[in-house]
Design a protein around this ligand. Sequence first.
Ligand SMILES: Nc1ncnc2c1ncn2[C@@H]1O[C@H](COP(=O)(O)OP(=O)(O)OP(=O)(O)O)[C@@H](O)[C@H]1O
Ligand SMILES: Nc1ncnc2c1ncn2[C@@H]1O[C@H](COP(=O)(O)OP(=O)(O)OP(=O)(O)O)[C@@H](O)[C@H]1O
Ligand SMILES: [Mg+2]
Ligand SMILES: [Mg+2]
Lengths: 256, 256
Amino acid sequence: TRMMIAIINNKGGTGKTTTCVNLAVGLAGRGHRVLVVDLDSQASASLALGVQDDALSPSICRALFDGTPVKDVIRSGIQPGVDLITAEMNLSNADLLLAKAAGRERRLNDLLAPVRDAYDYILCDCASALSLVPINALVAADCCLACLTPEHLAHEGLRMLARAIARLRINMGIDVQWLGILFTMVNPRLRHSSSVMAKVREDFGRNVLTTEIRRDVKLAEAPFFGRSIFHHAPASKGAKWYGNLVDEVIERCRNI
Amino acid sequence: TRMMIAIINNKGGTGKTTTCVNLAVGLAGRGHRVLVVDLDSQASASLALGVQDDALSPSICRALFDGTPVKDVIRSGIQPGVDLITAEMNLSNADLLLAKAAGRERRLNDLLAPVRDAYDYILCDCASALSLVPINALVAADCCLACLTPEHLAHEGLRMLARAIARLRINMGIDVQWLGILFTMVNPRLRHSSSVMAKVREDFGRNVLTTEIRRDVKLAEAPFFGRSIFHHAPASKGAKWYGNLVDEVIERCRNI
Ligand SMILES: Nc1ncnc2c1ncn2[C@@H]1O[C@H](COP(=O)(O)OP(=O)(O)OP(=O)(O)O)[C@@H](O)[C@H]1O
Ligand SMILES: Nc1ncnc2c1ncn2[C@@H]1O[C@H](COP(=O)(O)OP(=O)(O)OP(=O)(O)O)[C@@H](O)[C@H]1O
Ligand SMILES: [Mg+2]
Ligand SMILES: [Mg+2]
């Protein structure tokens, strides 16, 4: 399989970065070659993978804005089997800096083209928005994984997201598929989370992953150590659930 | 006191809307006249205050984009003592729609000028970004309240936010003060939250509020019922903490 996955949700704080980091390390742990592309100006994925906050440059910005070839900004082996292109603050100016550029929604796609075959999985950690950079990720990606915390309005937010993606498919002629919808930070004691999840399952059918990631404080601790959950707390529930995610993602990617 | 408060953080999911809704209802419960201005295209504050998702129009968009006077979009008594200007999806186009408008950062300020004296507190619920609409909120507001979840990188994110506000003060000649920094969704079992909070307190001194809002599932449930915590679960810890916040905000606003 060779698959580029955009990890998305326009709602903030829904476990996208946590999923990106742990899925990447988990896939590499199964022997796959993985590239993480950090597309959030906050650089949370880069920092969670152990990069120091004064070492984020050179980042994806050099390639997107200055024309540096992408291979010159790839950092090899940030974790075993995981390469990384970092993000940095300047990425938040993308909409302005690329406003006049021709083919500005295809920039990332064109940049990554020469290196795509070097990886089994390319994971893009997106910011919580539907601006030019996340659009670039959806144009470049083969499939998208939406991270959803089953709280009030999560279902409505997902439907808006799905509609926005459908419009993009038409406007940009892209063919990004659903890898699926992943429930994250599930709190079983939140009375309504099961009814939110049931409504989403009813609406999106088999696009909803079987794996559910529940709250586990270990998942919130791991970034402090610049480690994945598999390294930080291999015996934890969080590690078990993200292990299940790795299996399910591998399986689903075979059938996309 | 007469105070307009922008509730901010460029990081997503840090309890801004939960704080806006509960602070608004809490202040009204002390006899103050309160206006909530929903400035997030996701309209979470409007929905959490009981507005149906097919009844979000007319919203702040009519005033910002179409020149409708703001008094025509104010909904009175959405909760006792609380008026509301809703948001809607179209607000996410603000940067594009107002790109060429003169004085585009002062639009909200100018719109709210005629109604400012009718309220003791005006609370603006901002999206997690530093784009044109949140900038409008900071230009219009007397003070800002940053909501911070003490997780990895929260301190770094806050320093970036503080620098961005400092630049705005210089560039826009505004004088927005710190109401303060509020710790939200504090999870005492997260090993590092106390060290993150200690670093923030050391850095920001008395700008950090004494009140801490910890995790309480009741706070996540209340939006499902379109109610504040004071109505949904008046005996809960969440209600007690937000009650403390109301007291502390009233006190601090006297001294700004
Ligand atoms: N299953 C979980 N259990 C406990 N904490 C979690 C879990 N998943 C994520 N977190 C924590 O919740 C916070 C938000 O998660 P994360 O940063 O992954 O979300 P995000 O969607 O990438 O946010 P943003 O929209 O800001 O990019 C982080 O502090 C993270 O460590
Ligand atoms: N103290 C708390 N305890 C438990 N759940 C909370 C608490 N505060 C907020 N929540 C829940 O966490 C989620 C995120 O909170 P909220 O929507 O207030 O954040 P936000 O900063 O406004 O997010 P956004 O960046 O998307 O606007 C919501 O489901 C909310 O109900
Ligand atoms: Mg993230
Ligand atoms: Mg909000």
